[in-house]
Write a new protein. Structure first.
Length: 211
């Protein structure tokens, strides 16, 4: 697999994960509704900052450990693949929808930003996604580790801004579109789940070959 091919596969996986409604998306939408566009964008930038922590962890901790202790690399891929298959099957069988958000007391932008970082950093699914996926797409064969981490970090930030920032800018209109079209939201989650299963099976095959 060439580096451009790896980036395309990562982009597809990343798109599926971010588009599926979750903690980060709900946090941005809730703040956009209760605090307006500025609050929504502030929440988005906080989520992007949290995503940078995930990228740093994935690049330097997970991949670094797999290189320092090569025997851990294949088992790490297998364990991560099993988890991603479970998540993918759960999404494929689910009926995810977005419920209305009740109004709340307005908060400062600093508070929203810091809470967004905490929401993203403490999201367990994000950490497990990093553990399962990043070792597959950051390799010495693709060049310096720092440059690969930078590329992936930019991709994550850009996708978060496009999806969450777009919903934050649209504020209530973006939210109402999702609430008013639950079928689209449900099938988005199911398609993303199937993509996760397919990629996880490919990762498992690679991990099995490495044992």
């Amino acid at each position: 697999m060439t580096y451009p091919e790896a980036l395309w596969i990562f982009f597809i996986l990343l798109s599926g994960i971010i588009i599926v409604p979750g903690m980060d998306m709900i946090f941005v939408l809730a703040n956009a509704l209760t605090g307006g566009r500025r609050a929504g964008l502030t929440a988005t930038f906080g989520i992007m900052t949290g995503g940078a922590f995930h990228t740093a962890f994935g690049a330097f901790a997970v991949v670094g450990m797999s290189r320092l202790i090569p025997s851990l690399y294949a088992p790490m891929l297998l364990a991560g693949s099993l988890y991603m298959i479970w998540i993918g099957l759960t999404l494929a069988r689910s009926s995810i929808t977005v419920d209305p958000v009740k109004a709340s007391v307005s908060r400062s932008l600093i508070t929203i930003f810091s809470q967004a970082i905490i929401t993203c950093v403490l999201n367990p699914k994000a950490w497990l996604f990093v553990l399962a996926v990043y070792p597959q797409f950051i390799k010495p064969d693709f060049g310096p580790l720092w440059s690969q981490a930078l590329v992936i970090g930019v991709m994550v930030a850009a996708m978060q801004f496009a999806v969450y920032g777009g919903l934050g800018l649209m504020a209530s209109r973006g939210r109402n579109a999702m609430v008013g079209n639950p079928t689209l939201t449900i099938w988005t989650g199911r398609v993303a789940g199937l993509l996760l299963v397919a990629t996880a099976l490919f990762t498992m095959w690679r991990g099995w070959r490495g044992l």
